[in-house]
Design a protein around this ligand. Structure first.
Ligand code: PEP
Length: 254
């Protein structure tokens, strides 16, 4: 059985005090849910204080991005090797990096290689824009994103990959995909991995849904057969909301 994974992407939000208060609040609310993998993904400078605030729990820390190279003259960049000292997960290919920063499928594939080389697990984000969906191109776009990032990897590499299906039009808008649409696209992602690797790898792969997940819709989304967790943005900044999402995941397995 695939273990649910609920991850909170704090993006470029929180002051130091807000970050440590949030981590402390989450520690109280979600440290008891060991049946669910829980990951807090703060901005880089708060990784250490957040790690300290949740010390002694089995809540993981993640990073929102990394660079392709292990070290060198790359001013302003942070390597997956550096992050591996504290982070069990690194997000690669978030839509804000694809669409605001301009990261390409090729760069994202190199970053996936970097994370796999360094040791943490990858949360690979894929998803179509509204324009692409309306043009009937959602599957083609997601297929290109998945294949470009994963083709040619080993089956062992895939053990360390989680894919987050995040339709761009649902991120930060308050309008989540319907449970049926989210299920359909997460199942499609799994079928791509089946084609690229094997039935076994596809069956073991964890596919998260992301895009305006909150306490009030998480139960329905997480009860879909091909949705194995959530990547949460806005609602991860509210300890009660994030805890409600973790509880919805836990309710699926208990
Ligand atoms: C995200 O940033 O990955 C995300 C899904 O954001 P939100 O939950 O705010 O839509």
């Amino acid at each position: 059985m695939r273990r649910y994974i609920v991850a909170g992407n704090w993006k470029m939000h929180t002051t130091l005090t807000e970050a440590t208060d949030l981590a402390t609040g989450l520690r109280e609310r979600i440290s008891g849910y060991s049946d669910i993998e829980r990951v807090l993904i703060p901005p880089y400078p708060w990784i250490l204080p957040v790690r300290d605030a949740i010390a002694g729990t089995d809540i993981h820390i993640g990073a929102q991005n990394c660079y392709t190279e292990p070290s060198g003259a790359f001013t302003g960049e942070v390597s997956a090797e550096m992050l591996s000292a504290h982070c069990s997960y690194i997000i690669v290919g978030h839509s804000e990096r694809r669409h605001t920063i301009g990261e390409t499928n090729d760069l994202i594939a190199s970053k996936v290689s970097a994370v796999l080389r360094a040791g943490p697990r990858v949360i690979l984000c894929v998803g179509e824009t509204l324009e692409e969906r309306e043009a009937g191109r959602a599957e083609r776009v997601v297929s290109e994103q998945v294949k470009s990032a994963l083709a040619g990897r080993s089956e062992q590499d895939l053990d360390r990959v989680v894919i987050a299906y995040e339709p761009v039009w649902a991120i930060g808008t308050g309008v989540a995909a319907s449970a049926a649409d989210a299920q359909e696209m997460c199942a499609f992602v799994r079928s791509l991995v089946d084609d690229l690797f094997s039935n076994y790898v596809a069956g073991s792969l964890r596919v998260q849904y992301g895009g305006s997940v909150k306490g009030s819709n998480s139960e329905e989304l997480l009860s879909q057969p091909d949705i194995d967790g959530a990547l949460v943005g806005g609602a991860s900044l509210d300890a009660d909301e994030f805890a409600a999402i973790v509880r919805s995941a836990s309710a699926q397995v208990n």
